[in-house]
Ligand binder design. Structure first.
Ligand code: BGC
Length: 900
């Protein structure tokens, strides 16, 4: 290479790199439409647009924006289909599209110009897009299925259709598809999309989500489209007592493939009675029990044009309609893949593989066995005391996949319409396997990762890991209690308890917006809220305090975290209905509800002769949550400008508090139930008169100490326990509870090798024995609710009620001596908050980053310290700062010396 050429190249490279570096200094990025990056198939006429801003400067905020929407990629400003005009506003999230009506099956491109207070010229974003789906009137395709007799065999039908396209260049082709049951679709031999267990689970009695896929690149002149179906949530077994067909007994598919040519003409292929079907390798599939797959029946040419399938039958038109709606949440995708950590032969001779992580998904493998031989894979979360494969806690769920081999050593076996919760598998049948050919694949809803932290304490890191895996394993389209036994239901109480933690780890906005709509649909006419959503337990399984309050607690917290008023407004009627139901049952402010689960799974010693079990009165709990929900209603009404409601709920709130105080507090200030949960709820929900607050904190602390610094709380008290302590001057006790290693505590399961959060504090006893098998899941996120407190206090990131969406936030780490460093981040809708603090010999360094367009209230009052020195760009900034200081965007460091 000649030196001159080299230097020119180098110069170009240098210019490219430096312009990239320059481009990143000030940038508009992460453009989202309805909270997603480039989503397909929306049915919202006013999609919400959002963006984030990066700038190296300080105190940067947006002053103006201008939105441009076009119908062609790379459109010019003057070609815009909608131009918002220049808007004087610092709003950069949840900005509704307000242009002309949006057309079905059409792609829209958009960009934003942003003016900031530190630059003369506006920043120009790159282009993003979304596509519209189909309104009910745009659906021409028919529902098709098989004969009832074929449905009764429970074998998966394989529907197929061949078609040719005009010989013209295609601009865009979208497939819109949904099913009763689950579907997988193939076009010309390729799987369509990378989503699994589609169309997901909604309250099918009212609505089914369809998905939209861009299939432009899969199409040819001659095509074959195929769709396979499995029972899934629609007609598979769910809940207990051998119940299936919850929504119907016949599978069905509705698909509409819409091809738009570059010349503007269109061609549409619909499911109708010209489709054929036959049966293939999926012999049976059930969520709880697993799948039977006969690989000898696989035909790789199934979706190849010209292939003559055997024994095909004509598809049956189905007249029964289920309203189709666009997909609101992220779909389930494949994520982490685990290799076998250990091959084990159990004492009784079972062949077991350990993947080292309790996860949810399935195992895929290759195996050079004989055609016709079978391999049975069983799934379990733990090995028992004796080292045997333990499945008793699965109750009636078999979690067993059977594969009949086809003799091809390269064939990749995996199930389709089921999932398992497991760390270990047991293999029966042909056991001459090669463990390196077995992989465990984690499946979960693809919610963006938003938070994480690492500390100097390995046990705490493992606890956070377990919380994250509890979330992954139980966020498969619906927030479930557990993913393995014959349950896997959307328990409302568990979801509300874990919500705030979940929202730190992942962006759960769309996931819960979708679920809350199902909650509203499944709400009883009188406003009562089901134990589980989607409700498969019937009209009487409703109204438990702390469970049903998911209807108010989740939308309100979502508003505080994401700042989306439109969503709060959408959920408001459902919130109101639930609270209205309680008001109906209240007399003079005292709520008399029906059945309540209470403080589920609270501490209960085996031999309880002296009454150490932490039983909290269910009436007291119900009244506490009634008040909390009324409080949320008053606040929500205020945000939404519902003045009449503000007055109404404020009055009800006062009456309910008075009733609580008359009924549950003695004149000297003791609560009816002397439990941690009772005091925690009273302090958290503001139920106490000022004059007894201090002694309530004292009583709570005394109670904790009387159990040798252990918690005794169940599902309802646990999420608030440490918050109440740290907010009432007893962060020391909160820390002691967090660091407690013996049962009951968060770290006890960690010391026992847990890789997920357990349902019970003592799921596995120190001697290796297990808790009651009928209620002993090893992957149950509820107790993982401590996560929020760790983000709030270890890392120090706290939201502010008056500044939803982290438009302003508080940074207040505890700087506990239990840690020498903690670093982490949280991705807010406005950008990333980063924190990294270290301490050594009383010297504390706190480095952090405040996103553009936000402010941070840095609160260093949790420790006594000497002068606090602020650094910007590594340069010391003037005089020392106060213990509480508000700072705008930028990267900072504060140095101080602890005095205590
Ligand atoms: C579930 C819980 C749920 C509870 C109701 C259990 O079977 O697994 O997590 O909240 O029932 O108390």
């Amino acid at each position: 290479m000649k030196p001159t050429l080299f230097s020119t190249k180098f110069l170009f490279l240098f210019l490219a790199v430096s312009s990239l570096a320059w481009a990143q200094k000030n940038e508009v990025y992460d453009l989202t439409t309805d909270q997603k990056i480039n989503p397909l198939g929306l049915d919202n006429q006013h999609p919400q647009l959002g963006w984030k801003i990066k700038s190296e400067g300080y105190d940067v905020s947006q002053t103006k924006y201008q939105l441009l929407v076009g119908t062609q990629a790379n459109f010019k400003a003057q070609e815009a289909f909608w131009d918002s005009g220049v808007i004087n506003s610092d709003q950069s999230v949840h900005v509704p599209y307000a242009g002309p009506a949006l057309e079905a099956n059409t792609t829209y491109y958009w960009k934003v110009r942003v003016w900031t207070n530190n630059l003369k010229k506006p920043l120009q974003s790159a282009e993003a897009y979304w596509s519209m789906g189909l309104s009910p009137a745009d659906w021409q395709a028919q529902w098709i299925g098989q004969t009832l007799e074929d449905d009764e065999t429970r074998r998966s039908p394989y529907f197929r259709k061949e078609f040719s396209l005009s010989n013209k260049p295609i601009a865009k082709a979208y497939l819109h598809i949904s099913s009763k049951g689950m579907y997988e679709a193939h076009l010309n031999g390729k799987r369509i999309g990378d989503a699994y267990l589609t169309p997901g689970w909604t309250s099918y009695n009212y609505r089914l989500q369809y998905q939209t896929y861009d299939v432009t690149n899969l199409l040819e002149a001659q095509n074959a489209l195929g769709v396979t179906l499995g029972s899934g949530w629609y007609r598979g077994y769910l809940a207990w007592g051998d119940k299936n067909n919850h929504y119907g007994n016949q599978l069905g598919v509705r698909a509409q493939l819409m091809v738009r040519y570059q010349d503007g003409s269109e061609e549409v292929l619909n499911t109708d009675d010209s489709w054929n079907y036959n049966h293939g390798p999926i012999i049976d599939s059930e969520l709880y029990d697993g799948e039977i797959f006969d690989a000898r029946l696989v035909n790789p040419n199934w979706t190849t044009f010209g292939f003559q399938a055997n024994q095909t039958k004509k598809a049956q038109i189905q007249t029964e309609e289920v309203p189709l709606v666009a997909t609101a949440n992220e779909l389930i995708k494949k994520h982490e893949v685990f290799e076998v950590k250990e091959k084990i032969e159990t004492p009784s001779g079972d062949l077991v593989l350990d993947f080292g992580q309790n996860l949810v998904g399935w195992v895929s493998f290759q195996h050079a066995g004989k055609a016709g031989d079978s391999l049975h894979i069983y799934h379990a979360e733990i090995l028992d005391k004796e080292g045997e494969f333990y499945t008793e806690n699965l109750r009636d769920a078999d979690q067993k996949n059977t594969f009949i081999l086809n003799g091809d050593p390269n064939f990749v076996y995996e199930p389709h319409f089921t999932f398992q919760g497991f760390r270990y598998i047991k293999i029966e049948g042909d056991t001459t396997i090669d463990p390196s050919k077995f992989k465990a694949i984690a499946l979960y809803s693809a919610m963006p990762d938003t938070g994480g932290f690492e500390t100097s304490n390995a046990l705490i890191n493992q606890l956070q890991h377990n919380i994250e895996w509890g979330q992954k394993g139980n966020f498969l389209d619906v927030p479930t209690d557990c993913p393995q036994r014959d349950e896997r239901l959307g328990w409302t109480g568990d979801a509300q308890a874990f919500y705030n933690t979940a929202a730190f780890n992942r962006n759960v906005k769309s996931f819960f917006d979708k679920w809350l709509l199902d909650l509203a649909l499944d709400q009883r006419e009188d406003g009562s809220v089901p134990f589980v959503v989607p409700n498969v337990l019937g009209k009487d399984a409703m109204g438990s305090a702390g469970w049903a309050d998911a209807a108010t607690i989740i939308p309100w917290n979502a508003y505080l975290i994401y700042g989306d008023k439109t969503a709060l407004k959408q959920h408001y009627p459902s919130m109101k209905n639930w609270v209205g139901y309680m008001e109906q049952l209240a007399t003079n402010g005292l709520y008399k509800g029906g059945f309540h689960f209470g403080d589920w799974l609270f501490y209960r010693p085996n031999d309880d002769n002296s009454g150490r079990a932490a039983v909290t009165s269910k009436e007291l709990i119900a009244q506490s949550f009634f008040i909390h929900s009324l409080d949320i209603m008053a606040r929500s009404a205020r945000v939404l400008g519902e003045e009449k409601d503000v007055a109404h709920y404020t009055k009800q709130l006062q009456a309910a508090k008075k009733a609580y105080q008359n009924e549950f507090i003695t004149p000297s200030g003791r609560l009816l139930s002397e439990t941690q949960t009772a005091y925690v709820l009273a302090l958290q929900f503001g139920l106490l008169p000022e004059n007894v607050k201090a002694q309530a904190v004292e009583r709570l602390v005394d109670n904790i100490k009387s159990y040798d610094t252990h918690l005794t709380t169940g599902f309802l008290g646990t999420p608030y326990l440490c918050h109440v302590l740290s907010e009432n001057g007893r962060a020391d006790v909160a820390m002691a509870l967090l660091m407690q290693k013996s049962y009951p505590s968060w770290l006890y399961p960690v010391t026992q090798g847990a890789t997920t959060i357990w349902e019970r504090w003592d799921g596995l006893k120190p001697d290796g024995s297990t808790q009651t098998p009928s209620m002993n899941s090893y992957n149950h996120y509820a107790y993982g609710a401590i996560g929020e407190w760790m983000y709030n206090n270890l890392l120090g990131i706290q939201r502010q009620t008056d500044n939803p969406g982290f438009k302003a936030f508080t940074l207040k780490p505890l700087f506990s001596n239990d840690f020498s460093f903690i670093k982490g981040h949280f991705e807010t809708v406005h950008g990333t908050i980063k924190v990294n603090w270290t301490q050594e010999n009383e010297r504390v360094q706190l480095a952090f980053e405040v996103p553009v367009n936000t402010t941070a209230k840095v609160d260093l009052t949790s420790i006594e310290s000497t002068e606090r020195i602020l650094f910007q760009n590594n340069k010391r900034k003037g005089t020392p700062i106060e213990a509480v200081t508000t700072l705008g965007s930028g990267k900072y460091r504060i140095e101080l010396t602890k005095m205590n």
